[in-house]
Design a protein around this ligand. Structure first.
Ligand SMILES: [Zn+2]
Length: 177
């Protein structure tokens, strides 16, 4: 990674800006990129954070639940508890490295793409995928209450098999800045 790209990187560390993983530069090492990203987000690169950061960020954009990441860590022979995975995901989210996507009840996915975008949620296999492009336009949004602005609008389009009923749409207002 060059010095100039590090500068660009530090300027871009806000939840609103998205840097795809893995880094495009052929000379960059994914492990050092994870370490750099943690440091720039103000997180000490502990072994646990590095292990989970590697699992999360080395495969491009993805949506994982704490349980999914815990299973991956077990398969990678990382001795982490589910509580540690939850805590680390929460820390990453608070630092702006992940964006939370709540799809139903307590079910939460963590998205490595922190830019504003919309999702399909497949109720049959409980998977979350991005809706490609920016084809959604939300009309008729309410005025924000006085002194407030709308930070973001997230659309979750819930899917189920066509022979099991119709597609239900749900609009969820997000708190993400
Ligand atoms: Zn997404």
């Amino acid at each position: 990674m060059t010095v100039s790209s590090i500068k660009d990187f530090s300027r871009a560390v806000t939840p609103a800006d998205h840097i795809p993983w893995p880094q495009k530069s052929p000379s960059s090492c994914p492990i050092s990129a994870v370490r750099t990203r943690l440091r720039l987000a103000g997180l000490r690169p502990t072994r646990q954070r590095m292990a989970l950061g590697w699992l999360l960020f080395a495969k491009g954009d993805r949506h994982v639940s704490a349980e999914m990441l815990y299973e991956e860590a077990l398969r990678a022979r990382e001795p982490l508890s589910l509580a540690t995975v939850y805590n680390t995901l929460r820390q990453f989210s608070e630092a702006g490295l992940l964006r939370q996507v709540s799809v139903s009840g307590p079910k939460t996915f963590f998205d490595t793409n922190v830019s504003e975008h919309h999702h399909f949620y497949n109720e049959d296999d409980e998977s979350v995928v991005d809706i490609p492009g920016s084809t959604i336009q939300v009309a008729g949004l309410p005025e924000a209450p006085e002194g407030m602005v709308i930070a973001s609008v997230e659309v979750i389009v819930r899917l189920r098999r066509a022979d099991g009923g119709e597609v239900v749409k749900k609009v969820a207002g997000g708190q993400h800045a």
